[in-house]
Ligand binder design. Structure first.
Ligand code: PLP
Length: 447
């Protein structure tokens, strides 16, 4: 008999071979994950034949949606010439030239295979250059799975300590104590407290790691004051400023860093620059990146990677970034402004305790009356957390795929009609949430 729910059946099989039935927790959901059959443009069709409008875009990595014809054609042509060689290619040179032309702080660049790897290589580059071991990072920020980069990413009220002096909290059981000791946690957008904390470790810090619009910290841009304070401190104490632009590179033609007067020494990239394939990169000041140069007698940071700069990723990324030119970035960011303003209007009309944050083509819905400004304010209380889960699930039932934090990432194949589809679905979903969670009704004075 034909199955009416192939995804449920596949999940049952998957649990026999994959822990929890998944290869990455991102896609895990109950009663079962969704399994893709095919995707085109801004829609994904699952193996049960249901098509959904995709605002997750593989966790912000698909800037042109799925199977863009120009990117697809370029990949096919490359694959026929081979997919990986123990030789360099002109493609990696051409792609590095394009990225370096685009961003003033990129004087040298090296490709790797994921955002996690890019952040790891960036931290190791900073250590090798400064000959110091510690790093500082913002509480709650996600930078991938390197032991050091993930410290305090999941801190919670029971273990996060004082607001102006947060604890270094491990994510994984068994994280070495040494990793915790070597990561200094600073609060977001609070230059005064951050500098006080940094001052206690002035001679030990190799670099300060910052995502300028961190998703987990609330998707609120870092203030100029905050970035400039960190930059000035780093100049004073021979430390580097390291930006994680794995997601935020989409925010402007030259990345989110284009909005600040000061420039990072190093930047980690990933996601969108792979054109739909696994990728990462570190880029930055020539003098700093020189620690990777194998032409030295004693290389301070020997670095390789079997699939780094593989030609399939290179052609997909290069073609995607050529298409994501200044005009395309501007158009997509205008759609981002439209999305955030339409969601805000809907929130006001419905009288729900919610708000939307974001920048460029990124947005995040919070079930909070006032927009958060840091990780602790973003952290959802138990009611908000369950209501948000419900919101994401209800949107899925309305044939909209979101990132499970209530965030969305636009792609260049979307237009105002796509946003109107989202708003219509969200209107029904807000009604449902207000019905199930009456405490989320705005009081009349704030309506
Ligand atoms: C800001 C940021 N940095 C690093 C990473 C890690 O990237 P990857 O999943 O490619 O390892 C992510 C992934 O979501 C990210 O959002």
């Amino acid at each position: 008999m034909a199955s009416s729910n192939k995804s449920a059946e596949l999940f049952a099989r998957a649990q026999n071979v994959l822990p929890g039935g998944v290869s990455r927790n991102t896609i895990f959901r109950l009663p079962h994950p969704l399994y893709a059959d095919f995707a085109k443009g801004c829609y994904i069709t699952d193996i049960d034949g249901i098509a959904r409008l995709d605002f997750a875009n593989n966790m912000a990595s698909l800037i042109h949606g799925h199977a863009h014809p120009v990117v697809t054609q370029a990949i096919i042509e490359q694959v026929q010439k081979g997919s990986a060689y123990t030789l360099g290619t002109e493609l990696e040179v051409q792609y590095a030239e394009l990225l370096c032309d685009r961003v003033p702080s990129f004087e040298r660049l090296r490709f790797v295979n994921s955002g996690t790897e890019a952040v790891m290589a960036m931290i190791k580059t900073a250590r090798a250059f400064t000959q110091k071991a510690k790093i500082a990072k913002v509480e709650g920020a996600y930078h991938g799975a390197y032991d050091y980069a993930e410290v305090s990413q999941t801190a919670k009220p029971t273990n996060w300590g004082k607001e102006d002096c947060p604890n270094a909290v491990p994510v994984a059981v068994g994280t070495p104590e040494g990793a915790l000791d070597d990561v200094i946690i600073i609060p977001y957008n609070d230059p005064e407290s951050a500098l006080k904390i940094l001052d206690q470790h002035k001679h030990e810090i190799a670099g300060i790691l910052l995502d300028p619009v961190s998703h987990r910290v609330g998707m609120v841009p870092a203030t100029n004051d905050f970035v400039e304070a960190l930059y000035s401190w780093s100049r004073q104490y021979n430390a580097l400023l390291m930006f994680d632009e794995v997601i935020t590179f989409r925010a402007a033609y030259g990345g989110a860093q284009a909005s600040y007067a000061v420039k990072p020494d190093l930047t980690a990239l990933g996601k969108m620059i792979g054109g739909g394939f696994p990728v990462g990169a570190i880029a930055g000041r020539k003098e700093v990146m020189e620690v990777l140069n194998p032409m030295q007698k004693a290389v301070p940071l020997p670095h390789s990677g079997t699939f780094s700069a593989n030609p399939v990723t290179m052609i997909a990324g290069l073609t995607s970034m050529q298409l994501f030119d200044e005009e395309a970035v501007k158009t997509l960011n205008q759609l981002g402004d439209y999305t955030r303003s339409e969601i805000t209007n809907l929130i006001m009309n419905k009288g729900i305790k919610a708000c939307v944050t974001g920048a460029g083509s990124m947005f995040r819905i919070h079930l909070k009356e006032v927009a958060p400004n840091n990780y602790r304010q973003t952290f959802a209380d138990p009611i908000e957390a369950t209501a948000l889960k419900r919101l994401v699930k209800a949107l899925e039932e309305q044939k909209i795929i979101m990132i499970n934090t209530g965030s969305g990432m636009l792609s260049s194949v979307m237009d105002k009609n796509s946003i109107d589809v989202l708003i219509n679905a969200l209107s029904l979903v807000f009604d449902l949430i207000l019905n199930e969670y009456p405490s989320l009704k705005r009081s009349p004075d704030h309506a």
